[in-house]
Design a protein. Sequence first.
Lengths: 319, 308
Amino acid sequence: MALFLIRRIGHGILVLWLITVAVFALFFVAPSNVAQTLAGRQATPETIALIKHRLGLDLPVWKQYLHFVENAVRGNLGYDYYHQVPVTKIIGQALPITVSLALGAAVLWLLLGVFNGVISAVHPRSLADRGLTLFSLFFYSFPSFLLGLLLLYFLYFRLTLAGYRWFPAGGYSAFGAGAGAWFQHLLLPWVALALLLAATYTRLTRGSMLDVLGEDYIRTARSKGIRESRVIVRHGLRSALTPVVTQFGIDLGQLIGGVVVTETVFSLPGLGQTAVVAINQQDLPVIIGIVLFASAAVVVCNILVDIAYAFLDPRVRLH
Amino acid sequence: MTTALDLVEVGTEAPAIEGRSPFVLALRRLRRDKVAMISLAVIVLIVLMAIFAPVFAAITGHPPNEQYRQIGLTPDGLPRGPNSTFWLGTDDLGRDVLVRIAYGARVSLLVGVIATAITVAIGVVLGLAAGFLGGIVDTVLARLIDVVLSVPFLLVAIALVSVTGPSLTVTVLVIGFFSWASVARIVRGQVLSLREREFVEAARSLGAGDTRIMFVDVLPNVLAPVIVYTTLLIPVVIVTQATLSFLGLGLPPPTADWGGMISESQNYYTTAWWFIMFPGLALLITTLAFNLFGDGVRDAFDPRADRS
């Protein structure tokens, strides 16, 4: 098990290192005029050169890269070009918002997806099964920005117009400033995200439940006279959840790295929106920092999934 | 010895016959699937709308980028709702929403098909190579797949497009570049088990080289999952393109495309519902039709998946 873990972590570090190389190459090959932007339109070439020097942009790319890696290993991702704020601090400020969004949505989509999947699997090919499949495919087909905008249109604009001020137009309210406001600001983004993602889980749960319910031990459990609901939940669902756990790890990893569209639509200043702003300003340290952080989230979650998998299914450990 | 002879045939000319029979069966299953056929009809209609977009412009008499500031906007300069001149209303610049939706279908379908084709082509070739050749090739490609799948796709895509400037080519390339990895992973997994099968050994004993075995003998055997994945990838690509447009990184204006139209409508959704609803509906109907059709294709090509 220890060997498996070490190999997996080694893999993860290798992947992350390759990503830093790729990201660095990507952004430094492209011509950047940050110094010009910072210096203003009337700047002399000397001023621009000075700014370039201060930001380290006059060094050869490989030196900049070594610099970056050296600092990154020490937990310093550099400073943003405009206000000299540490990138780690920017990430630290945006992260709670993205995590609130991702975890809240996760609770909803897991409940919705697994519940629908079980109902579908217990009565395959029934009206309920078909209806739920159509329901999940419908939301699965939604572009996330469209679903977000429609929720805003009907549940914020229309409701407010009708005199029900239940939902705000967007923005974030920190948990520390009151759980009620926090909840109110996040409910629509949660729903928007959860409806989109639940579809995958409905399908996964349905598929693996159907497989499991056909197993001999389920028949044994039934023949022992155990209540049907107990057979389904305790004996069936428990072992059917393995693929769901895998998918959950992958999805959560990706969301922690920034929910670009949902954050943009609902004006939540999380990692995704911060990155979009940085991209528009060509604020390289912030872009690279967030991309790296997001990749790390994916890599870490994948490792966690593998570990969970090794616990759930001992055969994995042997390979 | 008869078996050996059979294998000889498989290795040389039979793929056309061998590969078609289950294919025909799958098509027959697909044709009996009512939902899939209705979705296909909708897709055909959307394709027709894209092809005959100029006809929409001719019938209404409104070119897609013409701004009707006098008759297309209210005295306050706001978009006009659906009426007899502008059937689906106008946008913030007084342009005909219906005509722009028809032209927008071209962008969505074009990007959807071309980017998907590129993605699948790269994914299949690299997946085949990794799974079949093994060794160092597999190690390198498998690591590359891991890297691409760990990169936050949308973030890097926006960053890239913002650096290069938006255009159709960049959109297609960015989508293709980041999506091939999942195709490659599926193909690689299938090929890993296929390459141990007897027919590969038979082909090799006949003197066939790696390239020939990969593309003539192994490839037809992974086509079913690839076809299923391809159909389901098209709506994903269409949504990605629309998302890039929505974030302001689609096609440069005034080109009409659905994501861009929805993005422009954001500031007007309180006053002009048609401006967001109709392009949104067009986008949703398209992706839904492709997803329902893809679902049918999956059931038809992999009947086990749904009936276990």
